[in-house]
Structures are given as C-alpha cells and as structure tokens.
Design a binder for this molecule. Structure first.
Ligand code: NAD
Ligand code: WQD
Length: 337
C-alpha cells in the first residue's frame, strides 16, 4: 500500500515509518517539524535502506494536502500529527483545538475529494478519564479532564460521524497507553524540549545528570507500592500495531476501536528500579505531592486488539528502559553528524 503518514518525523510516527517500510509498504510523510527534527528522516532511511517521499508543511494546509494526493496515489492515511502536551493544552486550549481538530477535518475533506477511505487515528487512553475498573476495555465510558484529551475524544466523534455518513469509510482508532522506549539502533527516540512532563524522559534526564532528581508524584495511591501504575508499551511494539491496523482498515468498513497496551501495569517505583538495574545507573528520587489530574492506575485489556488485529506486544519493560536510555546517550552523535 502507499500510505500517507502525517507527523511521520515525530516519536511514534518515525518508528511506524520504519515498520511500514520494512514490511514493504510505500510511504509519503508530511510534517511541519513543529515538534521534530529533519534529521529523523535520514535516520529512517539509514535504518531501512529505503527511499520515501517527504513534504514539509502543515496538515491544516488544504492546498498542500491536495498537491500530495494529486502527486501520489494514496491508499490509506495514518494521522499522527497533533500537539500532545497535556499541561500546555490547559494554558493554550485554542492552539490545541485548532491544530488537533483542523488537521483531521482537512485530511478527511481531501481524502473524500480523492476517494481515499482508509484512516488510522492516534487516540489515547486519556479518553477513558478515570476508569470505573481495570483493566480498561474499549467499551468503557469516555471522558476527559483537559483540552488535549478532549481533542482526542472530539476527533473520535468526528471520525465516527464520517464513517456513519459514508459507508465506504474505514476508520481504525488506536488508543495508545504509555509509549516509551526507542529504536534499538539508537537512531530514533524521544527527547522533548525543556523539562519533560512525562515519566520516562524525566528519568533519563536524571540519569544523565541534566536534572538532579525525579519527583515521584504521590506514594499514597491505592496501588501495589503507593505510586501511580501505568501500562508502558515499547514504541516499536506500538509501531507494529499500526501495520496491523492498516491491514484491518483495508479489509473492513466503519469505525473500530482498539487499545494498544501490554495489559500489565508497572508502578513509578518499579519503572525506576528496572531502569537503574538494566542501565546500571542511579536515579535519585524524592516523593512529591500528587500531580493534579493524575489517576492511580491505568492499564489496558489488550484482548480485542489481539483477537481482531492479531496484535501482541513482544518487548519487555527491561527493553523499554534500556532503549530509552541508549537513545539519549547516543543521540548527540546521530542528530548532528
Ligand atoms: P510527536 O510530537 O513526537 O509527533 C507529532 C508530529 O506531528 C511531530 O513531528 C510534529 O512536528 C508533527 N505535527 C504536529 N502538528 C502538525 C501539523 N499541523 N502539520 C504537520 N505536522 C504536524 O508526538 P508522538 O508522541 O509521536 O504522538 C503521535 C500521536 O500520538 C499524536 O497524535 C499524539 O497525540 C498521540 N499519542 C501520543 C502519546 C504519547 O505518549 N506519546 C500517547 C497517546 C497518543
Ligand atoms: C506516568 C506516571 C505520574 C512524571 C500522559 C498523558 C496521556 C498520554 C501519555 C498522550 C504517573 C508519574 C510522572 C514525573 C512522576 N499522552 N510521574 N514524576 O500521565 O500516564 O499520561 O502521557 O496521549 O494523555 O496524560 O504519563 O509519563 O506523565 O506519568 O511520578 O516527573 O508517572 O504521576 O503516575 P500519564 P506520565
């Protein structure tokens, strides 16, 4: 298939591009580098030894999308391009609504124009809000606590409405749990600008001594050791889930929802201890107050993705800790040479 990847230079998008190319698909990437680096494109080529087309620009730019669809016969779209920082979405809600909704609407309009009807969307476990029980199944009630999460839920609604209105449409909505890790080569990974909000990037910065110590947000939750529990999924496993989703989109109609997680929850302390052991490095931490908006535990029931997509994660929490650290300690070299 020839697949348009929006946000393909980003963290999850770049790993997915590698998996798609290695599986023999053709890809076209569009990205405006608002949260990524052009060097990522070279690194995708280095890993795969494959060529692909790239357009620099904004997915909200309809003329650009029309040009891409005119110049390429696109069979399916995987839509990663979005802003993703929860805290920033609270302070800049309009920026989030504009970018995260307009990109999808513009894409859908142009797909209609060019008769392309297969769509895979990056949603998030954040749409489950505070789940009534665990593990989380796809039919659980949905709610959100911040504008970022609301953009994901609104996107899901838009896509569902479009699939209802046009029976030719096939939409696969993937609800990611907590992606961490990096490509084994050390050529692709995640390194946010400024002080990280998410746990693994923060741990890595403490390990490299760029930050003095990790603040663990709360040790009085009703969990195994009192710290928050999450379903961490290796980004390479997550990327492979998109291969399965693309195959499903090509052979089904309507809208389908899948959790992409491992089904196992690890606490903050467990992640820190595993990171220390695997990388043989200390991660100093202190217990801090709970972070507003956090829930105690969140992990997926991955059964539906296994039964309907044949998706099963393979990489361990040790792999995630090793690869996250390896990317950062080798990154300077890869991004600058
Ligand atoms: P990322 O920021 O690394 O990648 C997003 C990419 O999209 C970046 O390369 C950015 O430059 C690009 N982009 C953003 N807006 C654009 C626009 N208007 N036009 C063109 N390019 C644009 O993020 P990621 O972690 O790879 O996340 C990918 C998707 O998965 C996002 O939709 C995100 O909301 C979703 N998601 C991420 C997580 C996570 O923890 N990383 C969890 C659940 C869902
Ligand atoms: C994980 C655990 C924290 C940082 C977020 C988004 C979600 C999705 C994935 C996009 C929690 C604890 C964290 C720190 C800590 N993104 N923690 N000290 O909050 O589960 O999910 O990323 O869709 O929408 O909300 O991930 O990595 O921020 O936190 O103790 O410095 O680590 O309290 O228990 P979260 P996270």
């Amino acid at each position: 298939m020839n697949i348009l990847i929006t946000g393909g230079a980003g963290y999850i998008g770049s790993h997915t591009c590698v998996e798609l190319l290695e599986a023999g698909h053709d890809i076209v990437i569009v990205d405006n580098f608002s949260n990524s680096n052009f060097k990522v494109l070279d690194n995708i080529k280095t890993i795969t030894s494959k060529e692909f087309k790239f357009y620099e620009g904004d997915v909200k730019d309809k003329a650009l999308l029309e040009k891409i669809f005119k110049e390429n016969k696109i069979d399916a779209v995987i839509h990663f391009a979005a802003y993703k920082a929860v805290g920033e979405s609270v302070t800049k809600p309009l920026m989030y609504y504009r970018n995260n909704l307009d990109t999808t609407i513009t894409l859908l309009e142009v797909m209609n124009e060019f008769n392309c009807h297969n769509f895979v969307f990056s949603s998030s476990a954040t749409v489950y809000g505070s789940p009534k029980s665990l593990p989380i199944k796809e039919d659980f009630p949905l709610s959100t606590t911040n504008p970022y999460g609301t953009t994901k839920l609104m996107n899901e609604q838009i896509l569902s409405d479009v699939a209802t209105a046009d029976p030719d449409f096939s939409v696969i909505i993937l609800r990611y749990f907590n992606p961490i890790g990096a490509h084994r080569s050390g050529l692709l990974g995640e390194d946010p600008n400024g002080i990280p909000n998410n746990l693994m990037p923060y741990i890595v910065r403490v390990a490299t001594k760029e930050l003095p110590s990790l603040n663990i947000f709360g040790n009085d939750y009703d969990t195994k050791d009192g710290t928050g529990v999450r379903d961490y999924i290796h980004v390479v496993d997550l990327a492979k889930g998109h291969l399965k989703a693309i195959e499903k989109a090509a052979t089904s109609k309507g809208v389908k929802y899948y959790n992409l997680g491992t089904g196992t929850g690890y606490s903050v302390l467990e992640l820190v201890k595993t990171f220390e052991k695997v990388n043989n490095i200390k991660v100093p931490y202190k217990i801090a107050p709970r972070r507003a908006g956090d829930i105690a535990s969140c992990y997926a029931d991955p059964t539906k993705a296994y039964q309907e997509l044949g998706f099963k994660t393979e990489l361990t929490i040790e792999d995630m800790c090793r690869d996250s650290y390896n990317y950062i300690i080798t990154k300077e070299k890869h991004l600058n040479d």
